[in-house]
Design a protein around this ligand. Structure first.
Ligand code: UDP
Length: 329
């Protein structure tokens, strides 16, 4: 093994895919997760430590025990609508929790972090595609919680030489080809898994949230990136930090946007079934268009999305939903 990598939130959707990629890159992924939204059976490539990121003593002890070379930090709440309704939950876990993690890392002498950030830092960007320089103002507490951490990390880099790569994910989706890990939340809020669950009869009230946006078909446009592409970018970020680089901020997207209706059309094309849907009003906190400018991550990380064809995204997600999701047919 090339050494251990601590993966907070490694029992979750993106974290578990990255843990697999970390193992395939020759490291031991040590998953650190409180299982509040994660799944024990998503931890397959290394040990699981059950703990909270706010528990800096436990973070420091776990890093010390495994001599972790770096941390990948996925543990966070991530539903935009919920963050609008309950901001305290988001600032406590995502911001205060991360401060605990950072303190634990510094106590253990570990100063390399790959941080899960989000396209939500761009708010109502009004630009398409969006370069990294266009961040803020944010339009919901989830995006704010992540943007605050990015700014904290910039200060840590300057003050402590604590190096970090912030990866701003656009819309993560799809599943590992094994169909043993995938999107699994309760309640499910994301477009593609909700639509597929509606096809399986487990979401009785699937709705398109808004068709009065200033977009070509009136529905909101997003940049959908396969979780395997995200995982590949995390390995590139890790390698950058291990080479001694100070890090930075990078978009992870494809540069291509699809509307909600285009996604539903692609689901019909791939599955042969139309998602039963109604149209409802816009969801609070949702911007009309979020599409990444991927050029900085191409240059700085040497990363380019290569598994994010919308058809492949839907086929791989559909395989997970049919084969292994607990609420399958
Ligand atoms: N969306 C929708 N119906 C749903 C879930 C989502 O119309 O049941 C829309 C949502 O309003 C947004 C897009 O699909 O425009 C992507 O939403 P998702 O929650 O998947 O990701 P987000 O962009 O909020 O991170």
């Amino acid at each position: 093994s090339r050494g251990s990598i601590l993966i907070t939130g490694g029992a979750g959707y993106i974290g578990s895919h990255c843990a697999k990629a970390v193992a395939e890159a020759g490291f031991l992924p040590v998953v650190y997760d409180n299982l509040s939204t994660g799944h024990r059976d998503f931890v397959r490539w290394g040990p699981l430590v059950i703990g909270d990121v706010a528990d800096h003593d436990k973070i420091a002890a776990t890093i010390g025990e495994h001599s972790a070379l770096a941390v990948m930090h996925f543990a966070a709440f991530s539903a935009v609508g919920e963050s609008v309704a309950d901001p305290q939950k988001y600032f406590s876990n995502n911001v205060a929790g991360t401060l605990g993690l950072l303190r634990g890392m510094r106590e253990a002498g570990c100063d390399r972090l790959v941080f899960s950030s989000t396209g939500a830092v761009y708010g109502n960007a009004g630009r398409d595609p969006i370069p990294e320089s266009a961040a803020g103002p944010t339009v919901n507490p989830y995006g704010r919680s992540k943007f605050m951490i990015e700014q904290i990390l910039a200060d840590y880099r300057a003050a402590y030489r604590f190096n970090s790569v912030c990866l701003r994910y656009f819309n993560a989706c799809g599943a590992d080809a094994s169909a043993t890990i995938g999107e699994l939340r309760d309640p499910e809020t994301h477009l593609i898994p909700r639509a597929l669950m509606a096809l399986l009869g487990h979401v009785p009230d699937f709705a398109i949230f808004g068709e009065d946006y200033d977009t070509p078909d009136g529905t909101a446009v997003r940049d959908y990136i396969h979780v395997d592409d995200l995982a590949a970018a995390h390995i590139a970020a890790l390698e950058l930090l291990l080479r001694g680089d100070a890090g930075g901020v990078f978009n992870l997207g494809t540069g291509t946007g699809y509307s909600v209706r285009q996604v539903l059309d692609a689901i019909r094309a791939e599955t042969g079934e139309a998602v039963p849907s109604v149209v409802r009003e816009r969801r609070a906190g949702d911007p009309p268009i979020l599409v990444a400018d991927p050029s900085r991550s191409e240059r700085g990380l040497g990363f380019k999305a290569s598994r994010s064809d919308l058809g492949y995204i839907i086929r791989s997600a559909w395989a997970w939903h049919q084969k292994a999701h607990p609420r399958r047919r």
